[in-house]
Design a protein around this ligand. Structure first.
Ligand code: FPP
Length: 243
């Protein structure tokens, strides 16, 4: 049975793409070469996800903490985002994907912001995969921003604090309208969430794989989905209750 035929396909897969630097170091290449190879892996995984019929894929492209990296590396990453949006958007649109970018939009270069907005606008009506890039994204800041907005509404008398439910908080997050991830994959052997989709991953299955991101392709992605299909998800209930 292929994963495409598998009844237990996750609705939403989110990936922490880690290990570009180590991939490059093992080859005595500059870190940037690892990021270039990482873009190829992005392309392959996006294609695989579309072919399999996955409904939602979210990729952690740049964290709010990644600004602390040397200016040269940040510049190289920004250059790769530009290239990716310029070169890959046509295929993404043709595949019927709806593109979203989640994160802070105040620090990004104006031309990248323009590309992001154009990608979102031109795919708004698409009904294929929801392809979301977390870019200048941090989960704690996302939750704090939602709390600020709700607190302001309460202070101004527009919201009863008793009416604040998890659903209401979710509706104020960047990911509103998307289902919560069923599966969060992190490559490269690290076992952390690193501030990625903290609220949304409350009941996600976590899968940590040793493969470095540039080596993670269609085969590894399919294997990850296969592993997910054997996980028993209980959502806090007893196994019998969901059997
Ligand atoms: C982690 O590897 C990866 C990143 C910080 C950025 C992810 C970026 C890409 C996969 C390429 C660009 C993406 C798009 C969508 C165009 P690392 O540098 O932390 O690796 P290390 O832990 O081995 O040093």
């Amino acid at each position: 049975m292929t994963v495409g035929e598998c009844s237990n396909l996750p609705r939403h897969v989110a990936i922490i793409m880690d290990g570009n630097g180590r991939w490059a170091r093992r080859r005595h290449l500059p870190r940037q070469a690892g990021h270039v190879a990482g873009v190829n892996a992005v392309r392959e995984v996006v294609r695989a996800a579309c072919d399999i019929g996955l409904a939602n894929l979210t990729l952690f492209a740049f964290s709010s903490e990644n600004w602390k990296r040397p200016a040269m590396e940040v510049g190289a990453l920004m250059g790769l985002f530009r290239l990716y949006f310029r070169n890959d958007m046509k295929e993404i649109v043709e595949r019927g994907a709806r593109v979203r970018i989640i994160g802070n939009r105040t620090r990004v270069d104006p031309d990248i912001l323009q590309m992001i907005e154009e990608a979102e606008r031109s795919t708004l009506g698409n009904t294929g995969i929801n392809l979301t890039f977390a870019f200048d994204y941090g989960g704690q800041e996302e939750i704090a921003a939602a709390a600020r907005e709700l607190a302001r509404a309460a202070a101004e008398g527009r919201l009863d604090p008793e009416a604040i439910t998890p659903e209401l908080v979710s509706s104020r997050l960047f990911t509103h309208g998307l289902p919560e991830p069923d599966l969060v994959i992190r490559t490269s052997g690290e076992r952390r969430l690193s501030n990625f989709l903290l609220w949304q991953s409350a009941y996600a299955e976590l899968l940590f794989v040793d493969t470095l991101w540039p080596d993670f392709g269609r085969k590894e992605f399919t294997e990850a989905l296969e592993q997910f299909s054997h996980r028993e998800r209980r959502f806090g209930a007893l196994p019998e209750a969901v059997a």
